[in-house]
Design a protein around this ligand. Sequence first.
Ligand SMILES: [Zn+2]
Length: 246
Amino acid sequence: MPAIAPQPVQITCPNCRTSFRTGIYSLVDAGEQPELKQALLAGQLNLAICPNCGVASALGAPLVYHDAAKQLCFVYFPQELRARPEEQERFVGDVTNFLIKSLPADAPRGYLLKPRRFISQASLIEAIFESDGISKEMLDAQRQRVALIAEFAQAMEDEPELARLAEQHRAALDYEFFATLTAFADANAQQGRMDGATMLAQLRDRLAALAGVDLPDEADGFADGVDGGVDANYEAELAQTVERLV
Ligand SMILES: [Zn+2]
């Protein structure tokens, strides 16, 4: 199936008024372009980064999410677009016609006729995670771990504060927490962010000492217990958090 190229648009940065070109994606096909799915799940799709000041702005564009293997077709129409129903129908019709034409003749297509609608990107992302077997509860728990890691990371230079936070959040310092921290350190190292990787590894060791937790040897595949889907998608988020801190 041919991929739909992003549509070029000219936008003005809301922060510094710099005008620049970027691309809007209107179709994410999970089978054909898994990297777009990852970007969508990480909240990075249709997000324009100003080349002058670095401020990100959401492009607020309608989007079709398609996964032929799972027979899923989701449509996200941002509420703030206030698009008329007939405009929405035309957009959905154009994209689904494209999909139907590009599917093999014997492929199921009934699901394309009644795509599920979403008015917020957050609910679309949750539904995609759910189709991958990751529930909202698991996502929320992972978000809390990410927030907690960021909170600990900020207290790295302040030993008494770090000890106080470790005491306060003692119950959260469980196997999944340390596995997440390890996965983030590994992800930073793999992406060449050695400062972040070192900082996260130090944080993990200090928290383990403070909490009196014996960490298993990394050679035993310690991080494998965390669902690959979740930590992959939060890599970007945490990497950004870490970059602000180091
Ligand atoms: Zn700017």
